[in-house]
Design a protein around this ligand. Structure first.
Ligand SMILES: O=c1ccn([C@@H]2O[C@H](COP(=O)(O)O)[C@@H](O)[C@H]2O)c(=O)[nH]1
Length: 273
């Protein structure tokens, strides 16, 4: 099954556009995981189990693992998702970008080593830097377009031939690079107007939309701007707001994460129609 088919099925099966981000910051984990050499794996496994029926995808961000020399635990987490929730797409957020020969190795890392269904890629080295990912026709290639951070405007909003650079990226991907129908774009929830512009350019192409939750993006504006005609089309990511959800009386960290994931999924669903 291709990434896009798997994503469509997950949207329907879990009635969800929520992507649960896995960004484990050791200092923020409950104490029992900080002392455990396998703590990152065990923490993420509990979050995955607590939210798998509420999510349309999981998105580990590789930096959180690499910084702690915890790539082996990332491998275990990816294997766990594939074995236990094979219907939920696994997105490796790595934002890779390099010359073709090196990109081939990055593609092998994402798709072979970690078994990811999709990987995030930086487009600014051009088509030959993205081509190696496209050779994996059943996997997703999620290309940065209009990122959620304020500084994204420094380059992405530059006026090039009468329109902002991010719109050129959206057009290029939709019209040229997406030859196997496997591409998606990253567009931040913090910029709903630009999200609507991108949606108008790319038709039904899936969008990975980080920026709700800890970054403060507005859920209503995000969904109304980015949904497709059938009320899908997005993987709306939330990481820290779910992973480190404040615990209410009687809740452990996983129950709190589940409650916030459910509230977020339901808040998103309010605006899909
Ligand atoms: O434009 C972008 C692209 C990627 N990200 C990543 O998404 C999550 C957001 O985490 P929160 O805790 O929900 O803010 C994180 O992994 C980023 O690296 C992004 O935020 N913006």
């Amino acid at each position: 099954m291709t990434f896009i088919n798997k994503l469509s099925a997950a949207w329907t099966a879990n009635d969800s556009l929520l992507c649960v981000g896995l960004d484990p910051d050791l200092a923020k984990l409950p104490a029992q995981f900080q002392q455990d050499p396998q703590g990152i794996y065990h923490f993420c496994r509990e979050i995955i189990d607590a939210t798998a029926d509420l999510a349309c995808s999981f998105k580990p961000q590789i930096a959180y693992f690499a910084a702690l020399r915890a790539e082996a635990q990332l491998e275990q987490i990816c294997a766990y998702v594939r074995a236990n929730y094979p219907h939920i797409p696994l997105i490796l957020d790595a934002k890779r970008g390099d010359i073709g020969a090196t990109a081939q190795q990055y593609a092998r890392e994402a798709y072979d080593r970690y078994g990811a269904d999709a990987v995030t890629v930086n487009p600014y080295m051009g088509s030959d830097s993205v081509d190696p990912y496209m050779d994996w026709a059943d996997r997703g290639v999620i290309i940065l377009c209009r990122t959620s951070n304020a500084g994204g405007s420094d380059l992405q909003f530059l006026n090039v031939d009468g329109k902002p650079l991010y719109q050129h990226v959206a057009q290029l991907v939709a019209q040229k690079w997406n030859r196997n129908g496997q591409c998606a774009l990253v567009v931040g929830a913090t910029f709903p107007e630009e999200l609507a512009q991108v949606r108008a350019i790319v038709g039904d192409m899936p969008l990975l939309v980080p920026g709700i939750g800890a970054q403060g993006g507005d859920i209503a504006a995000t969904v109304k701007s980015g949904r497709t005609a059938n009320g899908t089309g997005m993987m709306i990511n939330s990481s820290r707001a779910i992973l480190y959800a404040p615990q209410q009386a009687g809740e452990d960290f996983a129950a709190a994460a589940r409650r916030v994931a459910q509230e977020t999924r339901d808040a998103i669903n309010q605006y899909r129609a």
